[in-house]
Design a binder for this molecule. Structure first.
Ligand SMILES: [Fe+2]
Ligand SMILES: [Fe+2]
Length: 129
Protein backbone atom coordinates (compact mmCIF):
# COMPACT_ATOMS: atom_id res chain seq x y z
CA UNK A 1 0.00 0.00 0.00
CA UNK A 2 2.64 2.52 1.05
CA UNK A 3 5.90 2.27 -0.82
CA UNK A 4 8.42 4.37 -2.65
CA UNK A 5 6.97 4.93 -6.10
CA UNK A 6 8.83 5.72 -9.30
CA UNK A 7 7.65 9.32 -9.24
CA UNK A 8 9.17 9.87 -5.78
CA UNK A 9 12.72 9.06 -6.88
CA UNK A 10 15.30 11.83 -6.58
CA UNK A 11 17.94 9.94 -8.56
CA UNK A 12 20.35 10.08 -5.62
CA UNK A 13 20.70 6.48 -4.49
CA UNK A 14 21.48 7.02 -0.80
CA UNK A 15 18.56 9.41 -0.40
CA UNK A 16 16.13 7.19 -2.33
CA UNK A 17 17.09 4.16 -0.22
CA UNK A 18 16.40 6.07 2.98
CA UNK A 19 13.10 7.37 1.62
CA UNK A 20 12.20 3.75 0.89
CA UNK A 21 12.71 2.85 4.56
CA UNK A 22 10.53 5.77 5.64
CA UNK A 23 7.74 4.41 3.45
CA UNK A 24 8.29 0.95 4.93
CA UNK A 25 7.67 2.40 8.37
CA UNK A 26 4.54 4.13 7.01
CA UNK A 27 3.40 0.76 5.68
CA UNK A 28 3.87 -0.74 9.15
CA UNK A 29 1.72 2.03 10.60
CA UNK A 30 -0.91 1.19 7.98
CA UNK A 31 -0.75 -2.52 8.86
CA UNK A 32 -1.22 -1.67 12.53
CA UNK A 33 -4.19 0.48 11.60
CA UNK A 34 -5.80 -2.43 9.74
CA UNK A 35 -4.99 -5.08 12.36
CA UNK A 36 -8.06 -6.00 14.40
CA UNK A 37 -6.27 -8.77 16.28
CA UNK A 38 -4.38 -6.39 18.56
CA UNK A 39 -6.72 -5.14 21.29
CA UNK A 40 -4.29 -2.63 22.75
CA UNK A 41 -2.13 -0.92 20.17
CA UNK A 42 -0.57 1.68 22.42
CA UNK A 43 2.90 0.10 22.76
CA UNK A 44 3.00 -0.55 19.03
CA UNK A 45 2.14 3.05 18.23
CA UNK A 46 4.77 4.40 20.61
CA UNK A 47 7.33 1.99 19.16
CA UNK A 48 6.56 2.95 15.55
CA UNK A 49 6.57 6.63 16.41
CA UNK A 50 9.97 6.21 18.05
CA UNK A 51 11.43 4.37 15.07
CA UNK A 52 9.99 6.86 12.62
CA UNK A 53 11.47 9.73 14.58
CA UNK A 54 14.91 8.14 14.88
CA UNK A 55 15.08 7.18 11.24
CA UNK A 56 13.79 10.54 10.02
CA UNK A 57 16.35 12.42 12.13
CA UNK A 58 19.16 10.27 10.74
CA UNK A 59 17.87 10.72 7.19
CA UNK A 60 17.57 14.50 7.53
CA UNK A 61 21.16 14.67 8.79
CA UNK A 62 22.40 12.65 5.79
CA UNK A 63 20.37 14.67 3.35
CA UNK A 64 21.47 18.00 4.79
CA UNK A 65 25.12 16.87 4.72
CA UNK A 66 24.72 15.87 1.09
CA UNK A 67 23.23 19.27 0.24
CA UNK A 68 26.03 21.06 2.07
CA UNK A 69 28.50 18.98 0.08
CA UNK A 70 27.12 20.19 -3.23
CA UNK A 71 26.53 23.72 -1.87
CA UNK A 72 22.86 23.38 -2.54
CA UNK A 73 21.05 26.72 -2.69
CA UNK A 74 17.80 25.74 -0.98
CA UNK A 75 19.31 24.05 2.07
CA UNK A 76 17.63 26.52 4.41
CA UNK A 77 14.12 25.72 3.15
CA UNK A 78 14.93 22.05 3.55
CA UNK A 79 16.07 22.50 7.13
CA UNK A 80 12.90 24.39 8.04
CA UNK A 81 10.69 21.64 6.61
CA UNK A 82 12.73 18.92 8.31
CA UNK A 83 12.49 20.77 11.64
CA UNK A 84 8.73 21.13 11.29
CA UNK A 85 8.34 17.40 10.75
CA UNK A 86 10.58 16.59 13.70
CA UNK A 87 8.72 19.04 15.94
CA UNK A 88 5.34 17.60 14.96
CA UNK A 89 6.48 14.10 15.95
CA UNK A 90 8.00 15.44 19.17
CA UNK A 91 4.81 17.15 20.25
CA UNK A 92 2.45 14.22 19.71
CA UNK A 93 0.39 13.84 22.87
CA UNK A 94 0.71 10.21 23.97
CA UNK A 95 -2.23 10.47 26.35
CA UNK A 96 -4.56 11.56 23.57
CA UNK A 97 -3.15 8.76 21.44
CA UNK A 98 -4.01 6.25 24.13
CA UNK A 99 -7.56 7.58 24.56
CA UNK A 100 -8.44 7.08 20.94
CA UNK A 101 -5.93 4.68 19.46
CA UNK A 102 -7.45 3.89 16.08
CA UNK A 103 -8.10 7.53 15.29
CA UNK A 104 -4.58 8.42 16.46
CA UNK A 105 -2.97 5.84 14.20
CA UNK A 106 -5.06 6.99 11.26
CA UNK A 107 -4.12 10.62 11.90
CA UNK A 108 -0.45 9.72 12.27
CA UNK A 109 -0.51 7.73 9.05
CA UNK A 110 -2.17 10.54 7.14
CA UNK A 111 0.24 13.14 8.47
CA UNK A 112 3.33 11.02 7.74
CA UNK A 113 2.35 9.91 4.25
CA UNK A 114 1.08 13.35 3.18
CA UNK A 115 4.25 14.96 4.48
CA UNK A 116 6.57 12.42 2.88
CA UNK A 117 4.96 12.62 -0.55
CA UNK A 118 4.68 16.39 -0.53
CA UNK A 119 8.20 16.96 0.78
CA UNK A 120 9.88 14.39 -1.45
CA UNK A 121 8.07 15.36 -4.64
CA UNK A 122 7.99 19.10 -3.97
CA UNK A 123 11.37 19.62 -2.31
CA UNK A 124 13.74 16.63 -2.24
CA UNK A 125 13.36 15.92 -5.94
CA UNK A 126 14.85 19.32 -6.71
CA UNK A 127 18.17 18.31 -5.09
CA UNK A 128 18.92 15.86 -7.88
CA UNK A 129 18.31 18.37 -10.64
FE1 LIG B 1 14.35 16.72 2.66
FE1 LIG C 1 14.35 13.31 2.25
Amino acid sequence: MYELKEEYLTGIEEIDNEHRVLFEIAEEIYQLCENDMVPDKYDHIVNLLQRLKQYAIMHFAHEEAYMEGIQYKKLFTQKIQHDNFRRKLDTMDLEIIDDNQDQAIEDLLKFVTDWLVEHIVGTDKQIGR
